[in-house]
Design a protein around this ligand. Structure first.
Ligand SMILES: NC(=O)c1ccc[n+]([C@@H]2O[C@H](COP(=O)([O-])OP(=O)(O)OC[C@H]3O[C@@H](n4cnc5c(N)ncnc54)[C@H](O)[C@@H]3O)[C@@H](O)[C@H]2O)c1
Length: 421
């Protein structure tokens, strides 16, 4: 199962393009290849194994790590890239596009056979697998860096359950990650892949975005920028208020269901669109998901309502209902920006900084793991800030610096100190 079936030449080409557009990683390789701070350590990366992830693996290998990779989701890895990565010294891994959940678990267990000292994870897939299925490896695990909202929640759930024995950095929560990757990366890539997969027009469409967190913000604002009329659904009052004051219609899904032509879920929850909503939808409605798991749109409920199912086009399944309406589910409700037939995931530039801060957090965690208690920790701000400085440098963007007087002013509180010249 681990044998790659992809074309390594095509994978090498994709890697080269990503590398060209990931200058933070070029700078990191230049800085850390001579020092090799990860020498002798096995680092496992569980993510969507495509070209940008490949560049992170190359940077880790250049810094001396023995890198093992595996996919974090059944439909999101690219076989060509997997094949090209498996040719590289210091990197090996187990991932394939379109595996079943059982096969995904088997691939994860193969990666865990390498007994990683550090896991860089997506949705805590490999971490949960290690804790649950291979607890004998826990003593060798120095820590985990988690890059998604769902994964941080899952690790926090492990902590609540008393199952967490190592420190984990919530890389998702760094500004360098969630303020760019979730908003711009998901916003742009989910919409582009959805429109390519359906070959429909966004301008003028009634679009419903479920969840106004970081991903939902990106999706809602970018859909509006393309001319869509956007309704937001929420369960959290402040997020709902934020959407309202940003000019979106906010409605419960039961009402939005009657209006929407295109639905995109980004909640990290389950059954956000379910039977009672499908029953009210317009004929021809299109349903897609940008959240991590394919449970946000209840495919079971949809299947239960359908009298007939057929492939409408590649990546789109049509469900014909008894009353004659047809609803369309994109990519089985999997992450539309990663599982769609044309999907390439997030743009390279944004992953340059997501994986840049993952890499910097990993170095920091390894250096400080003995001092960190088992638990979920914020990545120190200076790590995030240094990554931002590096990104700005590669963009050729300069900023101002605080003068000495401005620095004193920030720490002053007495009136005479504040007013002193
Ligand atoms: N597609 C991608 O490439 C990509 C990238 C980053 C994150 N993600 C995933 O997207 C999901 C959302 O991430 P985020 O960073 O926006 O999370 P977030 O926690 O910032 O936002 C989620 C929002 O959904 C709302 N919500 C929860 N249940 C809801 C429901 N039933 N109906 C309506 N709203 C509901 C929450 O109140 C919250 O405001 C997660 O699963 C995350 O892992 C995907």
């Amino acid at each position: 199962m681990s044998t790659p079936s992809g074309d390594p030449a095509a994978g090498r080409q994709r890697l080269a393009w990503a590398r060209e557009h990931m200058p933070v990683h070029a700078a990191l390789r230049e800085r850390y290849a001579p020092r090799r701070p990860l020498e002798g350590l096995c680092v496992a990366v569980c993510s969507h194994i495509e070209a940008k992830t490949g560049v992170l693996l190359e940077t880790l290998a250049a810094a001396g790590a023995e890198v093992v990779f595996t996919g974090s989701e059944p439909g999101s890895s690219q076989d060509d890239v997997v094949a090209a990565l498996n040719e590289q010294p210091g990197i090996c891994g187990y991932a394939r596009r379109g595996v079943s959940e059982a096969e995904l678990e088997a691939l994860h267990l193969l990666a865990l056979d390498h007994a990683p000292a550090l896991i860089l994870d997506d949705a805590a897939e490999l971490t949960a697998r290690l804790v649950h299925r291979r607890p004998e490896l826990l003593p060798g695990l120095r820590g985990v860096c988690e890059q998604t909202t769902t994964g941080v929640q899952r690790i926090q759930a492990m902590l609540g359950d008393g199952a967490l024995r190592f420190p984990a950095y919530a890389v998702n929560h760094t500004p360098m990650k969630h303020e760019f990757d979730n908003i711009h990366g998901t916003g742009e890539s989910a919409l582009t892949n959805l429109m390519l997969t359906t070959n429909l027009l966004l301008a003028g469409k009634q679009v419903v975005v479920a969840g106004y967190g970081d991903c939902g913000v990106g999706l809602a604002h970018k859909a509006r920028a393309w001319g869509a009329q956007v309704t937001v659904t929420e369960v959290e009052p402040r997020r709902a208020l934020r959407a309202h004051m940003n000019g979106f219609a906010v409605r419960p899904m039961a009402e939005a269901a009657e209006i929407g032509e295109l639905f995109i879920t980004a909640t990290g929850s389950r059954d956000v669109i379910r039977r009672e909503h499908f029953e009210r939808m317009r004929d021809g409605a299109v349903l897609a998901n940008a959240g991590h798991f394919n449970v946000e749109i209840s495919a079971d409920d949809l299947a239960g309502l359908a009298v007939e199912r057929r492939q409408a086009r590649e990546g789109v399944e049509a469900f014909e209902l008894a009353d004659g309406r047809t609803l369309h589910l994109v990519c089985e409700g999997r992450l539309v920006n990663l599982a769609a037939p044309t999907a390439m995931g997030h743009p390279a530039e944004v992953m340059d900084q997501t994986f840049g801060v993952q890499f910097m957090a990993a170095l920091h965690l390894l250096e400080h793991h003995e001092a960190l208690a088992a638990g979920v920790h914020a990545v120190p701000d200076e790590v995030d800030r240094r990554t931002a400085e590096l990104k700005l440098e590669t963009l050729g963007v300069a900023t101002d610096r605080l003068t000495e007087a401005q620095q004193r002013f920030r720490h002053a509180w007495r009136a005479e100190e504040i007013l002193a010249r």
